[in-house]
Design a protein around this ligand. Structure first.
Ligand code: HEM
Length: 277
């Protein structure tokens, strides 16, 4: 005697979606799953596309959380900002784990479709640039690859016109009575490292219990930068493993350029203060 196959309808599962919103409708899965268009017949091109697209989706969420965390700091809602910054660190951790999938692609496999990419490169990722600008790494030269897309260019410029996440952390310290030095006149420009601010963070670290929330904020920012650095390091190592010292499709020196980017520091005073504690 054979058992009757299990029918989830008997357990209450909804099985009929004619004229009703289903899982795929809610998530716009048709649009997402129809958005992979390999330009070659190489087997590994789909991996390359999916890896970039999923990274961009996570970057979208990271940006959403960072924008809200920046606003929360501006409104003195550190509790809300902490929740969001913890999530951003987890997203970066997720992106760091994702390199393990891409690392399974060898140079021979990548070279089968690399020419199809033309001049396109992650260097032109506007969401990545938005995250850098929002965090506080502000190099207006990086706007140029987006000049042909007015809506994206405008969004990046709007981020540059507002205080960064780090600017809001510094303004908060100032509101709490710490000497943080002068804010730069033009927010769209890179900040200069500031000795007074190192002193302010040193006071916070000298007495964590006295201002626990500022101490926690400092550590959340360091966490963010720590995970971000790991992303950059994983990227450059994966790139070297796959293309060696070839130039990038985006035109830069490739690994040499990416190694230079490893020296970028988002929150310099938070790293400097460690030496004097
Ligand atoms: C086979 C895999 C990959 C290779 C060979 C590669 C290679 C490169 C190279 C050479 C650059 C320097 C710019 C250029 O001249 O093109 C670059 C930049 C970049 N790539 Fe990748 N990449 C890979 C995967 C990824 C993935 C999965 C992402 C995820 C979004 C990504 C995001 C970026 C970003 C954001 C930049 C700009 C970094 C900056 O300006 O600091 N890349 N990539």
């Amino acid at each position: 005697m054979t058992d009757t196959p299990f029918d989830p309808a008997g357990d209450g599962a909804e099985m009929s979606f004619r004229g009703r919103m289903s899982y795929g409708d809610y998530l716009s899965l048709d649009a997402i799953l129809d958005a992979q268009h390999p330009l070659s017949s190489a087997h590994d091109e789909l991996l390359f596309i999916v890896q970039h697209q999923t990274s961009e989706l996570w970057l979208k969420l990271a940006l959403h959380e960072m924008e809200a965390a920046t606003a929360a700091l501006a409104g003195d809602r550190l509790d809300i900002a902490f929740k969001m910054l913890s999530r951003v660190a987890r997203i970066l951790e997720q992106l760091n784990g994702a390199w393990d999938v891409l690392r399974t692609m060898t140079p021979s496999e990548y070279s089968q479709f690399r020419d199809s990419l033309g001049q396109s490169s992650g260097f032109q990722s506007y969401q990545y640039r938005a995250i850098e600008f929002l965090a506080g790494n502000r190099n207006p030269a990086m706007l140029k690859p987006h000049a042909h897309r007015p809506a994206l260019d405008e969004r990046l410029r709007a981020i540059l016109a507002r205080p960064s996440l780090y600017d809001e952390a510094i303004r908060l310290l100032a509101r709490r009575g710490y000497d943080v030095g002068e804010e730069r006149a033009d927010l769209s420009q890179q900040r200069d490292e500031n000795e007074a601010l190192i002193g302010a963070w040193a006071r916070v670290y000298a007495d964590p219990a006295g201002q626990w929330d500022l101490y926690e904020l400092a550590e959340k920012l360091v966490d963010f930068e720590d995970y971000f650095r790991r992303w950059r390091f994983n990227h450059v190592t994966t790139v070297e493993r796959i293309i060696g010292l070839k130039r990038g499709t985006g035109g830069t020196s490739g690994v040499a350029y990416l190694r230079k980017m490893l020296d970028v520091v988002l929150f310099p005073e938070l790293w400097r203060v460690r030496t004097i504690l």
